[in-house]
Ligand binder design. Structure first.
Ligand code: BES
Ligand code: MN
Ligand code: ZN
Length: 500
């Protein structure tokens, strides 16, 4: 998609469609809207006098053939109260525009950006919102397949942002960053949406390799034999019931310049279960189909790494994604089995459905060996996190308050919601085992903390943050800036952590 920043006044724009944001309580005679209202002989006054459109956040109104203007379509979008305007307003405005215009197949549009969100961050959020807002998930519908359009993208190929005032280099940079981040999110959404028969560990590793090559970063893939030789026994145990072999993907971004390259890296670790049946502790069939998305953490890390390769931050970043499939079979791990993880710690596998922490135990111990400044892992790890926080916040756990605050602060900037859970030592006993060093499930609640306590055993003193995205990686409903399906949660946060 092409993005143009332009100083053209909205009334001079000639194209397929023009989008204007309207604040609640704003009237057609406000300085911003008056010119259009006069040109169209009071069209806005009439449109805004009814009950249908009040400027409430996310509200939309199509006005066809506005007389006096050189466009066939004017779209009004509610921005809510002018008191709460920030860069997220740009995301909502442009995301809603993409969503609505996509439904009628518009290919080129201009959106007037309010002054308050025309700073670089606002422009970036606007572009991200627009590119994500139009995406769908019906990738395997045959009528869509025969069409030329990528189902994960909207119908628009040209976006013009009409900005008040001078267009600065930083604003253009914001637009470019937004486009790069949105491309990464689109990749993540496609990986997560792809069903388990078409997204096995081998296929996903191939996708990572291809994406890394395009982004100019290194990518090494360990196959089953190499995993065995190196002792990634947690991964091998989880995968041993599956006909599809596992893979471990390690992606490395190195900044230019010896000094920058010598800095300790940021390490990102993503859970990549391409399908989670639960194994011998099999899940109920109701809702099991959703477990194709149990690799959303890995998909977010892969997406983020591609954006990081293009945005070139001044610190090294390493992305680690263990990819496995959790299946029941005669060769599957059994409840009660004891395995030895990559770190040498023995784990009693009480429940084979608590598989994510087993593969993360290996991957985290491997991440520690890279001597990072900090680790962030991201995983669709527990239903308990969904019970605690629903579909709004991701759960956060950490062994280091400073690193935790850095991640929380960065998430606030990127617009992704994370909520810290307590990790006091009183919870340590949740993972105590009688037969081995630790057990993979707790004897009681709380489930999310139990999982985090197990992971904590594998990070040593390295600053570490765990993000449980079980409740937020997928959205059922349409939101102002995004359509139903994978949310690509974590991509923006990871990019911002790398750029910080
Ligand atoms: N992948 C699931 C967690 C999950 C649940 C993700 C709902 C998305 C939505 C994970 O592997 C799992 O099965 N966790 C178990 C752990 C339990 C057996 C201790 C759970 O949460 O039920
Ligand atoms: Mn599971
Ligand atoms: Zn799982």
């Amino acid at each position: 998609m092409k993005t143009i920043l332009s100083r053209t006044p909205a009334t001079d724009y000639r194209g397929e469609a023009l989008v204007i944001g309207v604040f609640k309580s704003e009237t057609a005679t406000s300085p911003r809207l008056r010119k259009i209202d006069v040109l169209t002989d009071g069209l806005l006054t009439r449109a805004m006098s009814g009950k249908e459109f009040s400027g409430r956040k996310g509200q939309t109104l199509f006005l066809y053939d506005p007389q006096g203007m050189g466009i066939p379509l004017l779209l009004l979008i509610g921005l809510g109260s002018p008191d709460t305007i920030d860069s997220e307003t740009g995301r909502i405005l442009c995301g809603t525009a993409a969503h609505r215009l996509n439904s009628i197949g518009v290919t080129g549009v201009a959106i007037e950006i309010p002054e308050e969100c025309s700073d670089p961050a606002g422009i970036r959020a606007s572009v991200e919102g627009f590119m994500i807002g139009g995406g769908g998930i019906g990738a395997y519908k045959t009528e869509k397949k025969t069409g030329r359009r990528d189902p994960y993208r909207g119908s628009c190929s040209t976006l013009t942002l009409l900005c008040p005032g001078t267009i600065t280099k930083a604003m253009r940079g914001g637009a470019a960053t937004g486009s790069t981040v949105a491309e990464a999110m689109i990749l993540t959404r496609r990986l997560v949406n792809t069903p388990g028969n078409l997204m096995t560990p081998v296929i996903m590793a191939g996708e990572a390799r291809k994406a890394c090559r395009a982004a100019g970063i290194s990518c090494t893939v360990m196959n089953e034999k190499q995993l065995r030789e190196r002792g990634f026994r947690g991964m091998l145990a989880v995968n041993q019931g599956s006909a599809n072999p596992p893979r471990l993907v390690v992606m490395r971004y190195r900044p230019e310049g010896a000094r920058a390259a010598a800095r300790p890296p940021l390490a990102l670790v993503g859970k990549g279960i391409t399908f989670d049946s639960g194994g011998i502790s099999i899940k109920p069939s109701k809702g099991m189909e959703k477990m194709k998305a149990d690799m959303a953490g890995a998909a977010a890390v892969i997406g983020a790494m591609t954006a990081i390769g293009r945005l070139k931050p001044s610190r090294p970043v390493i992305g680690i994604t263990p990819l496995c499939e959790n299946m029941p079979s005669g060769s599957a791990i059994r409840p009660g089995d004891v395995i030895t993880s990559y770190a040498g710690t023995t784990i009693e596998v009480v429940n084979t459905d608590a598989e994510g922490r087993l593969i993360l135990a290996d991957a985290l111990a491997y991440a520690v060996e890279q001597k990072p400044e900090g680790i962030v892992d991201i995983a669709t790890l527990t239903g308990a996190c969904v019970t605690a926080l629903g579909h709004v916040y991701a759960g956060l756990a950490s062994n280091d308050s400073e690193w935790s605050e850095t991640v929380v602060g960065t998430a606030r900037m990127s617009g992704e919601k994370v909520w810290p859970m307590p990790m006091d030592t009183e919870y340590d006993k949740l993972v105590e085992s009688e037969i081995a060093d630790v057990r993979n499930t707790g004897k009681e609640s709380p489930g999310m903390i139990t999982a985090a306590k197990l992971l904590e055993k594998f990070v040593g003193d390295t600053p570490w943050v765990h993000l449980d995205i079980a409740g937020v990686e997928w959205q059922k409903e349409t939101r102002p800036w995004s359509s139903p399906g994978p949310t690509a949660f974590g991509v923006r946060l990871f990019v911002d952590l790398a750029l910080r």
